[in-house]
Design a protein around this ligand. Structure first.
Ligand code: AMP
Length: 504
């Protein structure tokens, strides 16, 4: 087995990693460090949790140990897709350079330019940045990239998801042709392949096992949940979530709760708080200082439940998470693996519970295909009460079946039954082209379950009611038919468009 001492790293780096408690290099480190130290380009296909941050930082700081940065001319560049990841790389950099005199600047959005300018003006060895903020500094004339000797692109596949590839290409073009490139991606999508073919020169390719397997230390559970009324799906899911958390008992010391959409992150966090749980949201639209405080709070235990979107939580290294709850089934199967990988880390045990609704079926199938096992179903700890039929006893023809309630949108009155501030129903979002359209979309031409078309007997009128009664008020006045207040929501809201998740 390779040892760190075999890798030709600077002795001060070796000292720092020994102090960090690292005993031996991980496979990506053993594979990437030697070619990187030889000055070669590296293409690392590896996920978070494999030790990839050290695999580029350790050789980079060894190479930079000699020489000094000039004002506004950083000697190396690390590009990360999110602020949190950039901050995490910066923290790792501090750990590994604890015995060296290298300087760094962290350029991320949500932090004032002034402080960052001061650091850049002094000259930094390592610039760790999100692409947007880096280009902002460049455009303001504050940054010169012609002295960059090593450029790292971290989580390139996430950059692609977030629409940062044009920025990355531009940044490549601003750095010298002779620079060394260390490029990391969890997957090799065609667009990523194109970038690496264009900008990397004969790279050493190191691939560590794709994270399609889930750790044995994680107990996975799935609650298949059928809401009694489609318009109440969100509300009932939140209730289900609380019941699941309660049913996990004291073993649930802290948890990350994943939602697919930022709007739901906010709503779920607010709802949990309202019910007395210590929860905070984290997603890309929140102010940076709030995000930092939230993460610190979650790490130090003052926040127990972190409600998160995928991108905000991507790559976060938070040890000791007892539970991961999937409030939504992720629409990308690999996100399931990432999400649940937040628990059961480093040999510890962890529990994950996911809530699925009928419209999640195809996503669930994709997940189970990826992990090559079914997610064990458990009995729901709570079931919503079916809605009471309205009107006289004759209305029992509808039998208050959950399905009947869903098929009769006329009966649903979300505005009246859902608490206002807590429960804004997210607007259906445009579906990304790659996503198959969810079923249950509104049919053209009268699919609204209009009163005159429902076919259900009208209570108190018998079956022979005068035809004008079947018309809406507007129709009676000769206008357009009224919208029913309770049209069914389309089966599933579109998954969050990754590109709007976070910005530099
Ligand atoms: P990363 O994949 O870079 O996010 O690293 C995941 C975690 O593994 C971080 O907490 C690192 O501090 C830790 N780590 C990285 N390399 C090693 C190593 N060789 N031995 C032990 N822990 C490591």
């Amino acid at each position: 087995m390779t040892k760190f001492t075999d890798l030709n790293l600077n002795p001060k780096v070796l000292k720092a990693i020994a102090e960090a408690g690292y005993e031996s290099p991980t496979p990506i480190q053993a594979g990437a460090i030697p070619p990187a130290l030889e000055g070669r380009d590296v293409l690392g296909i590896a996920q978070t949790g494999t030790g990839k941050t050290a695999s580029f930082t350790l050789p980079m700081i060894t190479l930079l140990a000699r020489g000094r940065a000039r004002a506004r001319m950083p000697r190396s560049l690390v590009l990360c897709p999110t602020r949190e990841l950039a901050a995490q790389v910066a923290e790792n950099f501090d750990t590994y350079t604890s015995h060296m005199k290298l300087t760094k600047a962290l350029l991320i959005g949500g932090v004032s330019f002034k402080e960052q300018d001061t650091l850049i003006d002094k000259g930094v060895d390592v610039l760790i940045a999100t692409p947007g903020r880096l280009l902002d500094h460049f455009e303001r004339g504050k940054l010169i990239l012609s002295d960059v000797k090593v450029m790292v692109v971290d989580e390139a596949d996430r950059m692609l998801d977030m629409g940062f590839i044009p920025d990355i290409e531009r940044i490549f073009g601003l750095t010298p042709f002779t620079r060394q490139t260390l490029f990391f991606s969890a997957t090799m999508a065609p667009e990523i392949e194109r970038i690496t073919n264009t900008f990397l020169s004969n790279p050493e390719r190191i691939e560590v096992a794709r994270q399609s397997t889930t750790s044995d230390t994680i107990t996975q559970k799935l609650v298949e949940f059928k809401p009694t009324r489609r318009d109440q799906t969100s509300k009932q899911k939140r209730e289900m979530l609380r019941e699941i958390i309660t049913s996990e008992g004291e073993g649930c010391t802290n948890a990350i709760i994943f939602c697919n959409r930022k709007v739901d992150v906010d709503i779920v966090a607010k709802s949990l708080k309202k019910h007395g749980l210590n929860a905070s949201p984290i997603h890309g639209d929140l102010d940076q200082s709030y995000r930092t405080r939230t993460l610190d709070g979650f790490r130090d235990g003052s926040i127990k439940f972190l409600v998160a979107s995928d991108v905000a939580a991507r790559g976060l290294d938070i040890p000791n998470v007892s539970h991961v709850f999937n409030y939504d089934v992720p629409s990308h199967a690999e996100d399931y693996v990432h999400r649940i990988g937040r628990t059961g880390r480093a040999g510890r045990t962890g529990v994950t519970v996911m809530i699925s609704v009928p419209s999640d079926e195809k996503y669930l199938t994709a997940i189970e295909n990826l992990i090559e096992q079914p997610v064990p179903r458990i009995e729901a700890p709570w079931l919503p009460t079916p809605p009471k039929p309205r009107g006289s006893k004759k209305a029992e023809t509808a039998e208050a079946k959950p399905e009947a309630a869903i098929a009769e949108p006329k009966k649903a009155e979300p505005a009246k039954t859902e608490p206002k501030a807590e429960d804004p129903q997210p607007k259906p979002q445009p579906q990304p082209q790659s996503q198959p359209r969810s079923r249950g979309g509104r049919k053209s031409g009268g699919g609204r379950g209009g009163r005159s078309q429902s076919g259900a007997p009208v209570v108190g009128m018998g079956d022979h009611m005068p035809s004008f009664i079947a018309l809406s008020f507007a129709e009676r006045r000769g206008g357009e038919p009224e919208e029913t207040s309770a049209k069914p929501t389309d089966a599933a809201p579109a998954p969050e468009a990754a590109s709007d998740e976070d910005a530099a």
